[in-house]
Write a protein that binds this ligand. Structure first.
Ligand SMILES: Cc1cc2nc3c(=O)[nH]c(=O)nc-3n(C[C@H](O)[C@H](O)[C@H](O)COP(=O)(O)O)c2cc1C
Length: 191
């Protein structure tokens, strides 16, 4: 069963997803998640801005198939006070700079190979210490056809960034997934 999106925010400490290694993922023992590490890069504008005072943010990645993008659009998180940022798809796109607490939502892309589960675009985003400083949790999606590698991107990010794996869902999600993520994120950021 999928975990509920109710865990308290993790303490701001822990590891990183570094650019080392053949597949571009390795654990590096560095200073960890702290807003003190943030640089002065200009924060990016949200794709969907919170209505009123923001309570938190969601950062998501979605490939050209757009399953995750459709799921996020259906959550209408802006109406619930949550800023939504999208990790750029192409290397030439301007980098995403997030400087507020966020949960990251990521589809799994290892083709069944667990160590390759995190999309390169997400690795690049998290390899920036100023972005990584604000991560508070992870939600992953995938396809159960991939067996043990189902939603493995969530396990990897949770372990490397020391944040809770809050929820997993399949493909573009169900209406129940939409409600669970939306209500769970609101509880996560307000309790
Ligand atoms: C090339 C490829 C590899 C994938 N590998 C995995 C995998 O290892 N584990 C998994 O759970 N899902 C895997 N998936 C399923 C995707 O995570 C799923 O289709 C997701 O909804 C894609 O989201 P997006 O359309 O927003 O990019 C894979 C999909 C593709 C196309």
């Amino acid at each position: 069963m999928s975990p509920d999106v109710t865990a308290a925010p993790a303490p701001s400490s822990g590891g990183v997803v570094s650019a080392a290694g053949r597949d571009g993922v390795a654990v590096a023992a560095t200073s960890g998640n702290s807003p003190d590490n943030a640089t002065a890069a200009t924060p990016s504008a949200p794709e969907y801005a919170a209505q009123g005072e923001p309570i938190g943010a969601l950062v998501y990645f979605s490939s050209a198939s757009e399953n995750t993008a459709r799921f996020v659009a259906g959550c209408k998180l802006g109406e619930y006070g949550i800023n939504v940022y999208r990790v750029p798809l192409r290397p030439a796109d301007p980098p995403l700079n997030v400087r507020e607490p966020y949960v990251i939502m990521v589809p799994t892309y290892g083709g069944g190979v667990i160590k390759k589960a995190v999309p390169i675009q997400v690795k690049r985003f998290l390899n920036d210490p100023a972005n990584r400083a604000w991560i508070r949790g992870v939600i992953a999606s995938g396809n159960t056809n991939f067996g043990e590698a189902y939603c493995a991107a969530g396990d990897i990010i949770s372990a490397k960034c020391h944040v809770p794996f809050l929820y997993k869902y399949e493909l573009m999600g169900t209406p129940e997934d939409t409600a669970a993520v939306r209500d769970g994120l609101v509880r996560f950021f307000t309790s």
